[in-house]
Design a protein around this ligand. Structure first.
Ligand code: HEM
Length: 302
């Protein structure tokens, strides 16, 4: 066991708790095909990879929505400090983001400010992170993370990200600043009201908990068939009144062997991506120590 991680196979139980007995019956929903990674180009590169999304399909419900909302309810009731973040001045963007979600879900809110954001976060499975335009002393406007309800962090601490700009938020992400940092900032300036977009990412992990703020201090499993693949469907929406941006994050998990068994092409994409990952990015994606054994094992799926 590495640090506080309790090894289990139930994504909706926090990483440091033991699941209930009925969680043993859990079987993961297949990760939605639309968000699975595709090979672009002939070498690794971080990309914006954004696509327009219809507002009707902004934060869709699926078979794991209620389980994810159940996890959020529990975390908000028992570990609120770890999942809610607010910076001075963030109340207004928090409330505008909350209203956007509640109007979309067709449910009225009974609270205001950051409490409204927490309330709205229970209407959808997605985490809600709100960026606010703030002018620095030299007159440059930056988008800072000033309000958030994040119950499914993939090995990062919300408290460490609050009040930061995009470069600082992504400081641990190898090659982010070189390959995509400036493009993200420019993209945010151009994001139009009522033209939401989505993007996705993927990572291989040795623990499936959706609430997993900490990086384990050493590998948790010994063989590749015990690993999980985790993907996030993220969306971005401009807030018309405050000019902030609502960033939503929805986490999915599937056991790696189940995911690779879906079809040969899916398995080949993961093999190619793993082969191409530069070592520093493989470290960041927590797959560096597992990569040789995965590459020895994955061909049976390809
Ligand atoms: C188009 C916009 C964005 C792009 C292209 C982007 C890109 C990335 C990439 C490449 C990673 C590494 C994970 C991976 O390999 O996929 C990452 C991690 C992360 N992103 Fe973003 N991101 C974007 C927007 C945002 C926003 C708006 C937030 C606001 C909260 C955010 C918060 C994070 C955090 C907290 C991590 C984990 C950092 C850590 O490990 O400490 N990202 N992002």
């Amino acid at each position: 066991m590495a640090g506080p991680h309790v090894l289990h196979r139930h994504p909706f139980t926090p990483f440091d708790e033991s699941p209930s007995a009925e969680a043993a019956l859990f079987s993961a929903m297949p990760i939605p095909a639309e968000i699975t990674p595709q090979i672009v180009g002939d070498k690794f590169r971080h990309r914006l990879g954004t696509f327009p999304v219809e507002i009707a399909n902004w934060l869709p419900r699926d078979a794991e929505t209620d389980l994810t909302i159940g996890l959020k309810q529990k975390l908000l009731a028992t570990r609120r400090d770890e999942v809610v973040g607010l910076q001075p001045g963030g109340e207004e963007v928090a409330q505008e983001a909350a209203q956007l979600v509640s109007q979309w879900a067709g449910v009225a809110l009974s609270s205001t400010g950051i409490n409204a954001l927490a309330e709205a976060s229970l209407l959808v499975a997605d985490d809600l992170a709100v960026l606010q335009p703030v002018e620095s002393q030299d007159g440059v406007e930056q988008m800072l993370l000033t309000a958030a309800v994040v119950c499914c962090p993939s090995r990062w601490l919300l408290a460490e990200k609050m009040g930061q700009n995009m470069f600082a938020v992504h400081a641990p992400v190898a090659k982010y600043a070189d390959q995509v940092g400036a493009a993200v900032d420019t993209y945010f300036q151009r994001l139009a009201v009522d033209r939401p977009v989505w993007r996705s990412n993927w990572i291989i992990q040795d623990h499936p908990a959706l609430f997993q703020p900490q990086i384990p201090s050493s590998p948790l499993v010994t063989t590749p068939d015990e690993l999980w693949i985790r993907m996030e469907r993220q969306t971005l929406r401009r807030l018309p009144a405050t000019n902030g941006i609502l960033f939503t994050i929805r986490g999915y998990q599937q056991p790696l062997p189940e995911y690779l068994s879906r079809n040969k092409q899916i398995a080949q994409v993961i093999r190619t991506m793993l082969e191409r990952l530069p070592d520093d990015v493989a470290h960041y994606k927590s797959v560096f120590t597992y990569r040789p054994s995965i590459l020895n094992w994955i061909n049976q799926f390809c």
